[in-house]
Design a protein around this ligand. Structure first.
Ligand SMILES: [Mn+2]
Length: 470
């Protein structure tokens, strides 16, 4: 039988209920998906608005929670940055549902490859065993792996707005409404909880008169576990300096999405486009690096403790973004307890979408929404000169601790176990060294969510004790 039209909708309904579809339908689905994916380039072009998601790892019920929080397909456009499978109990249902949605709504959902979308890795970390258990043969695993080989290696999001239209939503409890910024503020970052309540809002540093505030007393970054932010200029020529003349960074530049990160063999997006991707993930080389690498607080390139890919520092990211007219790199691949983490003056962000990873890490998850440029009335492009102020450019921000602070922390966040986390610490840990500086990049709305409630999982929390004695 062929899967299409109403069959496809039936398969989607069945998978949404977390029930596997028959093997012959999987074969048809994978065939159709491959036909679609083969037409995509290594770097898929995606128009904003789009919601960017990180690792899923077979946590099906949490994927349902993601859709509840972020909106359903096709109402919301999604870009998933890989690692759909392994670790969780429902890799099969998670990946097949995403694949069904891709075939049903090809322009509404983009899937790119993670390092777990590989024969070798899935054999070790769960997906192979899961297929064997659910179908009694490795056929379905084989069909899926053939699809993996055709997944794009990256995506390039264009048309993202530089400012957010502020969410017209309730403020999360415990937040002081007096801290809400003016409605006409240029909103760079908003973070919402799973109920759509605003947790904090961060205004862009667009006022040249607000640049002289001190970093030494009220800057939350100084209380950050990452330590104070001593310097206010980036390496020459990288576009990281606020004193540059507006030529070195493209504020309205595109956002590159990739699972892992950069490669020493790749200095331009065009070089990614030239790779032959239709193969198992190699053990080394550019394609491997894109799926395996991690940003780190180092200069240049370093060896990765993962044994594949590389570590890369802020200088690498800034140079790459400048050269390729990027305003941001979005990537996944690393667990972040807060769900997302911006690094290197917000030139790169990690998005992690598997809450309580492996059902025991205690982390929250996040998705990143990029708005559409045209949707922001009154948007005015700003030059670096307007914002920076000769060589200065640090701004007390966040924390609402005096000064001209153009960033507002709207309240503390509560960790997954109910533990309140100091708002300054939380903010500085997710925004890193970018929070006290003038920044570029698109308006970013993070929605943070926790694991789906146990009663939505349709399974007991723990195996019955008796089973251990069988
Ligand atoms: Mn990964």
């Amino acid at each position: 039988m062929s899967i299409g039209g109403s069959d496809l909708d039936r398969a989607i309904a069945q998978l949404r209920a977390c029930r596997p579809i028959p093997e012959n339908q999987v074969r048809e689905l994978c065939y159709k998906a491959r036909e679609l994916l083969i037409e995509e380039g290594n770097v898929v072009g995606v128009d904003a608005p789009v919601t960017i998601c990180g690792d899923i790892h077979g946590q099906f019920h949490d994927l349902m929670e993601l859709f509840r929080v972020g909106g359903d397909v096709p109402d919301t456009n999604y870009l998933f940055m890989g690692d759909f499978v392994d670790r969780g109990f429902y890799s099969l249902e998670s990946f097949l549902l995403l694949l069904c949605l891709k075939v049903r709504y090809p322009d509404r959902i983009t899937l790119i490859r993670g390092n777990h979308e590989s024969r070798q890795i899935t054999t070790v970390y769960g997906f192979y065993d899961e297929c064997l258990r659910k179908y009694g043969s490795a056929n379905v695993w084989r069909y899926c792996c053939e699809v993996f080989d055709y997944l794009a290696l990256g995506a390039l999001v264009t048309g993202a707005a530089t400012s957010l239209t502020p969410t017209d939503g309730p403020i999360a409890e415990s937040i002081q409404s007096m801290d809400i910024p003016d409605a006409d503020c240029d909103i760079e970052i908003e973070t919402l909880n799973a109920n759509g309540e605003i947790m904090y809002r961060y205004a862009r540093n667009s006022d040249s008169h607000s640049t002289a505030a001190s970093q030494t007393n009220s800057n939350p970054a100084s209380s950050s576990p990452l330590g104070p932010t001593p310097s206010n200029t980036g390496p020459a020529g990288t576009g990281a300096t606020s004193s540059s003349n507006g030529s070195s960074k493209n504020e309205t530049g595109a956002v590159l999405c990739v699972h892992g990160g950069l490669s020493p063999l790749i200095d331009s997006i065009d070089k990614i486009r030239l790779l032959d991707r239709k193969q198992e993930v190699p053990h080394e080389g550019a394609m491997c690096d894109l799926l395996w690498s991690d940003p780190d607080e180092i200069d240049g390139w370093g060896l990765s403790p993962r044994g594949a890919g590389f570590l890369f520092g802020a200088d690498i990211v800034k140079h790459f973004n400048h050269r390729n007219d990027l305003s941001l790199i979005a990537r996944a691949h690393q667990l972040v307890m807060e769900g997302f983490k911006e690094m290197f003056e917000s030139t790169i962000v990690t998005v992690w979408s598997a809450p309580n990873y492996c059902y025991r890490c205690g982390n929250v998850a996040a998705i990143l929404e990029l708005g559409e440029d045209g949707s922001n009335a009154g948007f005015v492009p700003r030059s670096n000169g307007e914002r920076g102020g000769g060589g200065g450019g640090t701004t007390a921000s966040g924390g609402g601790a005096g000064g001209n602070g153009r960033g507002w922390v709207l309240g503390s966040n509560v960790g997954p176990n109910g533990a309140a986390i100091g708002e300054n610490r939380r903010l500085s840990s997710v925004l890193g060294d970018g929070m006290g500086r003038p920044r570029d990049g698109p308006g970013r709305r993070y929605r943070v969510f926790e694991a789906a409630p146990q009663d939505s999982r349709g399974m007991p929390a723990k195996k019955p004790v008796a089973e251990y004695f069988l």
